[in-house]
Write a protein that binds this ligand. Structure first.
Ligand SMILES: NC(=O)c1ccc[n+]([C@@H]2O[C@H](COP(=O)([O-])OP(=O)(O)OC[C@H]3O[C@@H](n4cnc5c(N)ncnc54)[C@H](OP(=O)(O)O)[C@@H]3O)[C@@H](O)[C@H]2O)c1
Length: 252
């Protein structure tokens, strides 16, 4: 029997795509989740919380490879620190981490905590692989849905995105997880860069809706970083699925 691959965040947007791909590759999978789940089809679940430091020892026990996808708006640095300490004690042989493009450049809390998490991985003493990805199509669609509810939609000037399909990120992560530790690999972004205004206009058009768009200026260091394109990676590897295809699939 081969050792299971521990997938943290295996219940999330990305994890729900990754887990069946690992199963298709013939690997047993263990998922760490804050909630209890019934096991089935080669997938076992361990209940635990990376932020609270609960259930992690059991989750890592006997897993030679850990694919760490769990994350939230805050605290990924702390959660990852808790995971890597347990993984080191358990003798994990490969730790794979998903970070975000701009983790080292965008001065906002989420990006800083992703950088802290990357540093926890690098400093763990474990063999590691980290992939920085752009914003997923799913996230961009959620943002656009929320923005389109406003009667007047503010559009910060110079804000651009390079959205990538979570299925492309999942496929790359599975390849990395089944491969040898590779350190910081090439970024993965979507095939095209879009201004936020273009994304909003395209979404409204596809929905047959109209809204007034109001150009605004994002203040401070985050504004400068976004206008400078610090959240973009123009030399990244590029996913094959486009934003337009995703939008067509997901709009009723
Ligand atoms: N979304 C994007 O655009 C994007 C872009 C680049 C990188 N990323 C990174 O990709 C990863 C996955 O993103 P996603 O969009 O799939 O996230 P998601 O849909 O929000 O799912 C979050 C996952 O993390 C788990 N989780 C959250 N807090 C936890 C905790 N304290 N302990 C244990 N598990 C916890 C959740 O599991 P339970 O609810 O089952 O406990 C869930 O499976 C994250 O690290 C994110 O930072 C995302």
């Amino acid at each position: 029997m081969t050792s299971p691959i521990l997938v943290t965040g295996g219940t999330g947007t990305l994890g729900r795509i990754v887990v069946p791909l690992l199963r298709d590759a013939g690997r047993d999978v263990r998922v760490l989740s804050r909630r209890a789940h019934e096991p089935g089809d080669g997938i076992e679940y361990v209940a635990g919380d990376l932020l609270k430091g609960e259930g992690i020892e059991l989750a890592v026990s006997g897993a030679e490879t850990v694919l760490h996808l769990a994350g939230g708006a805050k605290g990924d640095d702390v959660a990852t620190g808790n995971l890597v300490r347990a993984a080191s004690r358990a003798g994990v042989r490969h730790l794979v981490y998903i970070s975000v493009i701009g983790a080292d450049r965008v001065p906002l809390g989420y990006f800083r905590s992703k950088l802290g998490a990357e540093q926890a991985v690098t400093g763990s003493g474990l063999p590691w692989t980290t992939l920085r990805a752009a914003q997923f199509h799913d996230l961009v669609l959620n943002v656009l849905r929320t923005m389109a509810k406003l009667p007047v939609v503010p559009i910060p000037g110079g804000l651009r995105f390079q959205p990538v399909d979570a299925r492309d990120v999942a496929e790359r992560l599975v390849e990395l997880t089944l491969g040898r530790p590779a350190g910081l690999v090439s970024d993965l972004a979507g095939p095209q860069v879009y201004g936020l205004g273009d994304l909003v206009r395209g979404y409204l058009r596809a929905q047959g809706r109209r809204r007034l768009l109001l150009p605004v200026r994002m203040p401070g260091k985050p504004g400068r970083a976004y206008r400078n394109g610090d959240n973009l990676s123009l030399r990244a590897d590029v996913g094959k699925r486009t934003w337009e295809e995703f939008l067509a699939e997901n709009l009723r």
